[in-house]
Design a binder for this molecule. Structure first.
Ligand SMILES: *[C@@H]1O[C@H](CO)[C@@H](O)[C@H](O)[C@H]1NC(C)=O
Ligand SMILES: *[C@@H]1O[C@H](CO)[C@@H](O)[C@H](O)[C@H]1NC(C)=O
Ligand SMILES: *[C@@H]1O[C@H](CO)[C@@H](O)[C@H](O)[C@H]1NC(C)=O
Length: 278
C-alpha cells in the first residue's frame, strides 16, 4: 500500500526484452506479429495454424497455483478511483524498424501483489537502507498456511485468538471478506477493506511465530489503523508483509509458498510474484 504521510512511493521504469520464440523455423511476418498480442504473459498453442494464447491461474494440473494478480489498467491503486491506468507501452517496435519489440512500464512499487519493506513506515529504517533487497528470501519461501478469517470483523486480537494458529507456523495467508467482495477486481480504491487492527497485529507479534503475513487487499492494516498496524508489524524488521494476494478458489490448508520480490535497492516496496505449490 502507499501511505498518505509517507509519500515515498517510488516509480520504476523497467524495460522488458521480449523473447520471441520462432520454434526453430522461419515464420511468416503475419504469424510473427501475432506472437506478441496486446497483453503480455502467455503460453502459445498452435491451433489450426493460428497462434493462440492460453492464460492460466494454475499449472501442472493444479499443482502450482498462481496467487499474484495480473497487472492491468483497471486494477485498484491506493487513493485513486481511476485505477492504475496506462502503465505499459511499446517503446521500441519491430513495425517501426527496431530489431525487437521492447516495452517499458512505470508503476508505483506498491501496485498489485506487492511486498512492504521496513522503510515503508519507519524513516530511520528507510535512511539506513532497509529496502526490499534486504528482505529474507528464507521467510518469503517455505511452508505457509492459508486461513479464512471471520467475515464480519476486521482482524482484531480477538479474531487472531479465535483462529488458533499453532505455534511454529511461520507464514500465514489471511483470506478475508476482501476476496468475497472481489475488491482487487474493482477499479475504485475502497477504504472499507478488511485488515489488521493494531491490537490484532500486536497479538500476532506477541503470541505467534508468524514472520510472513499475507493478505488479500492493498494493505495489511485496516484503514482505520493504517499506520499503527504497520508500525507494529515492521518495527522488529522480522516480519514481511505481502499484500494484494489473489486467494480466490484456493482451499484452506498448508502449501509451499514461493514469493520473489524484485531487487530494487532503495525501494520500500516491490511488485512480487507469489505461487503456492501443493
Ligand atoms: C511488435 O508488437 C506490436 C504491438 O503488439 C505489434 O503490433 C507488432 O506486430 C509486433 N511485431 C512486430 C514484428 O512488429
Ligand atoms: C511507430 O511510429 C509511428 C510514426 O512515428 C508512431 O505514430 C507510432 O506510435 C509508433 N509505434 C510504436 C509502437 O512505436
Ligand atoms: C473494517 O474496517 C473498515 C475501516 O478500516 C470498515 O470500513 C469496515 O467496515 C470494517 N469491516 C468489517 C467487516 O467490520
Amino acid at each position: 500500500m502507499a501511505v498518505v504521510e509517507v509519500k515515498t512511493t517510488m516509480s520504476i521504469v523497467l524495460v522488458f526484452f521480449q523473447m520471441v520464440w520462432l520454434m526453430g523455423m522461419a515464420v511468416s511476418s503475419t504469424a510473427y506479429s501475432s506472437a506478441y498480442p496486446s497483453d503480455a504473459d502467455q503460453a502459445c498453442d498452435m491451433e489450426g495454424g493460428e497462434l493462440k494464447v492460453v492464460r492460466r491461474e494454475e499449472y501442472d494440473g493444479g499443482r502450482i497455483l498462481d496467487i499474484s494478480h495480473v497487472y492491468s489498467e483497471d486494477m485498484p491503486v491506493w487513493e485513486s478511483s481511476d485505477g492504475l491506468g496506462h502503465f505499459l507501452w511499446l517503446a521500441k517496435s519491430m513495425k517501426n524498424g527496431s530489431l525487437a519489440n521492447s516495452s517499458e512500464m512505470k508503476l508505483p512499487t506498491h501496485t498489485g501483489t506487492h511486498v512492504d519493506a521496513p522503510g515503508h513506515v519507519f524513516q530511520h529504517y528507510f535512511e539506513a537502507g532497509f529496502d526490499v533487497d534486504t528482505l529474507d528470501l528464507a521467510v518469503l519461501n517455505g511452508p505457509a498456511l492459508l486461513v479464512d478469517v471471520p467475515r464480519d470483523k476486521n482482524i482484531t486480537a480477538e479474531v487472531m485468538k479465535s483462529l488458533s494458529i499453532p505455534k511454529g507456523v511461520r507464514r500465514v495467508l489471511f483470506r478475508t471478506l476482501n476476496t468475497d467482495r472481489k475488491l482487487m477486481w474493482k477499479r475504485e480504491w475502497d477504504t472499507s477493506y478488511v485488515g489488521f487492527m493494531k491490537d490484532g497485529a500486536q497479538w500476532l507479534v506477541e503470541n505467534t511465530d508468524i514472520k510472513l503475513v499475507g493478505v488479500d487487499y492493498l494493505s495489511v492494516a485496516a484503514y482505520d489503523d493504517l499506520i499503527p498496524s504497520h508500525l507494529v508489524f515492521l518495527e522488529s524488521r522480522e516480519i514481511i508483509l505481502v499484500e494484494a494476494l489473489k486467494l480466490d478458489d484456493i482451499k484452506p490448508g498448508i502449501y509451499s509458498l514461493h514469493c520473489l520480490p524484485l531487487r530494487l535497492r532503495g525501494a520500500e516496496g516491490s511488485p512480487i510474484r507469489c505461487i503456492l505449490i501443493k
